[in-house]
Design a protein around this ligand. Structure first.
Ligand SMILES: [Zn+2]
Ligand SMILES: [Zn+2]
Length: 441
């Protein structure tokens, strides 16, 4: 912004001095060139606005301005170095954000160059150009009421033009530009609905619903600790990416243990790859309900695992005596059912059983499990108990009465089929986490 400020003051001084027929100010052509060169950097932090009198351009030889053309090209690499320094200063270290910024430099460079060519072309017939603009402005009385306040895409009423280079990157890095809000629809929204499922509960829809809004608010309140706006901006995107890494599952959870160890996320049957064999789609034990659907879903539902990240986060945030110990049971395929003489359908990708520590030691206490269910899963994940009517499309818990005495079982069995598509299930950490949201924008 320093460069921007320098250009603005410099050009204004120059104009004023000329009007008063005073000797040229210290701000010279060379300064202006330097300023324009540096303004290029400024663009990437803010919008570049160079104020000048249009007639001044007409008076001067265009050749002077042609010299600037070369500067644009020559200094691209130098600008990139400056941007990198700027990113360092802003503390932006993530490689994808840095790449993104440098890509924007390339784009901006092209944008500036083409705009610059247009500007120059327009200057050849400044009077014609000015007349057109003046007419356009006359039709829009609100456009330029204050001559000295820059307005994007407008010309000031005092006969001076704003030379504008809007660059998209600043909107992203500004952090608070609204990217998505209630009513929007986008694949990134689907990802957000999955990744923040543990903040109030949600289904993998691409729609920004009221639930999404509440979820964002909860995330802003509890994780980001900022004002709850309920909209997605770059700050939210970056916070979700940070949350993903910071509260990721311990990598050990993704290590397949031998079949003798039945306390793992993978199916311990010893016959499948750990997540069944996609058998029995649309086959039911009796009545046609998801609860009796025998399908071996291809992996664990991502919303479940992302919600587990939220569980880990909330326990830490509250300095709880409890902490996540392990996934004690994840997948159990048809063969595992045969081995154990069971008929589970939930644990074919739609359910997880979790063990918890209390003060660092495994607790089997039913009271502790009830506390965790109530004070974490119900309170923060919006989970309800035992699949009752009206509990569709939310996480459901198995109560201790039904059997979950020393562990917490939660599942997505009550999700509508459209939210149980194969693509929502994962078999590894990379598929669970996906790409950083910022890189998907
Ligand atoms: Zn198996
Ligand atoms: Zn279970």
């Amino acid at each position: 912004m320093k460069a921007l400020h320098q250009i603005l003051t410099g050009t204004l001084i120059y104009s004023t001095q000329r009007k008063k027929d005073l000797p040229p100010p210290t701000f010279t052509d060379r300064d202006l060139k330097e300023g324009l060169r540096r303004s290029w950097t400024a663009e990437l932090i803010g919008h570049l606005l160079v104020k000048y009198e249009s007639e001044w351009y007409a008076d001067e030889a265009l050749s002077k301005w042609n010299e600037i053309d070369e500067l644009f090209e020559e200094e691209k690499q130098q600008q990139k170095a400056l941007i990198e320094a700027g990113l360092d200063e802003l503390g932006i270290t993530e490689p994808y954000l840095r790449d993104f910024a440098l890509d924007v430099v390339d784009e901006a460079h092209e944008h500036v160059k083409s705009n610059w060519q247009l500007e120059k072309a327009q200057r050849i017939k400044p009077s014609l150009w000015w007349k057109q603009v003046a007419q356009a402005q006359a039709q829009n009385p609100t456009a330029n009421t204050e001559a000295n306040i820059p307005k994007l895409s407008n010309l000031s009423a005092d006969g001076k033009a704003w030379f504008i280079h809007p660059v998209a990157m600043v909107d992203y890095f500004a952090g608070n530009t609204v990217l998505f809000k209630k009513g929007d629809k986008d694949e990134i929204i689907r990802e957000i609905n999955i990744r923040l499922a543990g903040f109030g509960g949600n289904v993998p829809t691409d729609e920004f619903t009221e639930r999404t809004e509440n979820m964002i608010k909860q995330f802003q309140r509890d994780y980001m600790q900022v004002e709850e706006t309920g909209v997605v901006d770059m700050n939210v995107i970056k916070a979700i990416d940070e949350f993903s890494v910071k509260y990721d599952l311990p990598s050990n959870e993704w290590v397949k243990k031998p079949p003798t160890d039945d306390e793992q996320m993978f199916c311990p049957c010893g016959l499948c790859d750990g997540f069944g064999k996609s058998r029995h789609k649309d086959m039911y034990y009796g009545v046609k309900l998801e609860a009796t659907h025998r399908y071996e879903y291809p992996g664990i539902h991502r919303s479940l695992l992302w919600a587990l990240k939220a569980v880990i986060f909330y326990l830490q945030k509250e300095n709880s005596v409890y902490s996540f110990r392990k996934i004690s049971s994840g997948y159990r395929c048809y063969d595992r059912n045969l081995q154990t003489n069971r008929r589970t359908t939930n644990h074919k990708g739609k359910a997880l059983d979790i063990h918890f520590n209390k003060n660092g030691v495994r607790t089997r206490s039913c009271n502790d499990m009830n506390k965790l269910r109530k004070e974490i899963f119900n309170k923060y994940l919006g989970a309800k108990w035992d699949w009752l009517a009206g509990q569709e499309n939310m996480f459901n818990l198995e109560s201790s009465d039904i059997g979950a005495t020393s562990w917490v079982h939660y599942d997505v069995r009550e999700f509508d089929q459209i939210y149980l598509k194969d693509e929502y299930f994962c078999k590894d950490s990379a598929t669970l986490n996906g790409k950083p949201l910022a890189s998907l924008l």
